[in-house]
Ligand binder design. Structure first.
Ligand code: NDP
Length: 296
């Protein structure tokens, strides 16, 4: 007998669709819902149940996962679910949102005896497809333990960080480091290109040393071959840095480098690049120095 919990999944975008597929592959009963209904077809073909509305998700699932852009969308979807949720249901929000909003949501859900985890992820679309995402989780330890087998279907490194909001704070740390890293790659490789160096050889020379990074390994091949289709959209990284900067005000912490990179991302987004992969941060430096970072 299959005694696994029944799962609902809302938000079948770049990340949500492969994550939902991995849950299905692991043998869970899965009910999906997506605002654009056509995106549910692939999951239905793979054996998931396509819900007609939020009520149906609430009726069918013991654990509901959301994978949406940002805080306003998560709040909107939770509001629509709220009327229909049964007590004892668990909601895991795996979107990257403002941690203080996660805390507000948890309080509202508690009034209906619904548990909440914030569990944002890192690892991008390839990690979502492979089921190897890093997952940083905030919430009650007992709820975390109940959900761990499900989270392990989509991620390899699943870490309980503390109370609700801790997952989101950890994700902000992650996003600051990634954005600043890509900016460093853009700045340094503009210099390499202008100096007449072969950027591929520069990459090979430095990647084993202290300047090497996961960001460099993941993004250098894409940048050198001028492939900027997402992946992780620049507008989503803009959203994450906005959340980090808002949070920094609440925590009285200064983030000068984050502010600088945020201004670069704002300028790129205002110039039509919001839908490109976040590796397009390098294009800000290219424009400044009138250079294109390119192999060969
Ligand atoms: P996408 O834009 O590809 O998908 C967003 C999903 O949210 C879609 O299913 C969309 O539905 C749904 N949605 C948007 N607005 C609403 C709304 N108002 N009501 C209901 N549904 C809505 O985003 P990603 O999958 O790339 O990202 C999702 C989250 O994961 C974000 O928080 C992002 O920061 C985070 N993330 C993304 C990574 C990446 O590499 N892409 C890596 C790590 C984290 P519809 O199909 O109708 O548009």
């Amino acid at each position: 007998m299959n005694n696994k919990k029944s799962i609902g999944f809302i938000g079948l975008g770049i990340m949500g669709k492969p994550m939902a597929k991995n849950i299905l592959k692991a043998g869970y009963k899965l009910a999906v819902f997506n605002r654009t209904k056509s995106k549910m077809a692939e999951l239905t073909a793979a054996g998931a149940y396509s819900c007609k509305n939020y009520k149906e998700v609430a009726d069918k699932a013991e654990i509901i996962i959301t994978m949406l852009p940002n805080s306003p969308e998560v709040k909107e979807v939770i509001n629509r679910l709220l009327l229909h949720l049964k007590s004892g249901t668990i909601i895991i929000d795996m979107s990257s949102i403002a941690p203080l909003v996660s805390r507000e949501i948890a309080v509202r859900l508690q009034e209906k005896s619904v548990e909440f985890l914030d569990a944002p992820v890192s690892g991008g679309e390839p990690g979502a497809v492979a089921g190897t995402l890093a997952i940083m989780v905030g919430g009650e330890e007992a709820v975390f333990k109940t959900c761990l087998p499900v989270l392990q279907c989509v991620g390899k490194n699943v870490v309980h960080m503390g109370p609700v909001g801790s997952g989101g704070f950890t994700k902000l740390v992650n996003q600051i480091i990634v954005a600043l890293n890509i900016a460093a790659v853009g700045e340094a490789f503009s210099l390499a290109q202008k100096a007449g160096l072969d950027v591929q050889r520069v990459y090979e020379a430095i990647r084993g040393g202290l300047a090497g990074s996961r960001v460099l390994d993941a993004k250098a091949p894409l940048i050198f071959s001028r492939r900027f289709q997402p992946g992780f959209k620049l507008k989503l990284h803009r959203k994450d840095l906005n959340n980090a900067l808002q949070t920094s005000g609440d925590l009285h912490v200064e983030l000068p480098s984050t502010i600088a990179v945020q201004k670069m991302i704002d300028s790129l987004c205002e110039n039509g690049k919001a839908e490109l992969d976040h590796s397009a941060i390098v294009q800000y430096f290219e424009q400044l120095s009138q250079v294109e970072i390119k192999a060969g």
